[in-house]
Design a protein around this ligand. Structure first.
Ligand code: GLU
Length: 284
């Protein structure tokens, strides 16, 4: 399928997961929330809801926002400190989301997950049922890793992977990852001026996966391009299309849905033998 053809199908997507990284939500200088951008994000999502679409927001920012709130200069190194920061930051994030969504008559709910939520059969089924019920009720689920309790052994570690796992769990038909780069390049564009932008990936083979190894991403969030390609592997195998695009202006969300040329599209290609749990186990 031509890239313009696939993009023209995005307006018909019904169940959309949007992932926002810390660097797209906060001011670089202070680590505090960029409220102007958040207002645009919330308006864009509310408008998707008004079009009758179901939307799940995977929002990072708990540790970053909490660190700034309690006075750390950047994210702290120690686990207990990060967990304490997440406790403060997650609550603050949700407070702002609730406030902004209520201005558009939208209801938001919070789902915090760890790797165990997905590995344990009962927990996974419960999580899926909760997502489905929230969406049925017209609520916008806001998801993050449960950073306050997740230690190395049970954490996803980055929300790129988490968002793909959520997309697969709820059988979303589109996953939008908004980050601080325009999409996938053949090489790190900061280092190599000859790096070429890739608009569409129809078959995510080893050749493309290698590109993630040489490209870097944000210093604020935890996921670089490699984790985004892992996310693409999971999401596309589960049958969802995925886009990586620049989140410097959240108006890009409706532009993507309108089929405009933004970001790199990974075409969904549902594998007959797709078992989410196999992919999750491969990650750890
Ligand atoms: N869960 C982390 C947070 O909210 C962020 C993980 C990521 O940057 O992808 O701070």
């Amino acid at each position: 399928m031509e890239t313009t053809d696939i993009r023209s199908t995005f307006k018909d997507k019904k169940r959309i997961v949007i992932k926002i990284g810390t660097s797209s939500l906060t001011h670089k200088e202070t680590g505090r929330l960029n409220l102007t951008k958040l207002e645009v994000l919330v308006r864009e999502i509310s408008d998707l809801r008004n079009q009758g679409k179901e939307v799940v927001l995977v929002s990072s920012g708990a540790i970053g926002v909490g660190s700034a709130a309690v006075g750390f200069d950047g994210k702290p190194d120690q686990l207990a400190q990060k967990q304490a920061c997440a406790a403060v930051g997650q609550a603050r994030l949700m407070m702002i989301y609730q406030k902004l969504f209520s201005e558009y008559n939208q209801t938001a709910g919070q789902i915090l997950m760890t790797k165990n939520t997905m590995v344990d059969n009962l927990n996974r089924t419960n999580a899926k049922n909760t997502f489905n019920e929230l969406l049925k009720l017209g609520v916008i689920p806001i998801v993050n890793e449960n950073d306050t309790i997740s230690t190395y052994e049970i954490q996803f570690g980055d929300n790129d992977t988490l968002s793909a796992v959520v997309a697969a769990l709820i059988q979303a038909d589109l996953l939008i990852l908004l980050t601080d780069i325009d999409g996938l390049y053949t090489d790190d564009p900061h280092e190599n001026p000859d790096a070429k932008f890739i608009s569409i990936v129809e078959n995510l083979d080893e050749h493309f996966m290698q590109m993630g190894k040489s490209t870097t991403g944000s210093k604020v969030g935890t996921g670089g391009m490699a984790t985004k390609l892992t996310a693409a592997e999971i999401a596309t195998a589960a049958g969802a299309d995925m886009i990586i695009a620049n989140g410097k202006d959240f108006h890009v969300i409706h532009r993507i849905i309108d089929g405009e040329e933004h970001g790199t599209v990974f075409v969904g290609n549902r594998k007959e033998e797709f078992y989410l749990i196999d992919y999750i186990e491969k990650l750890f």
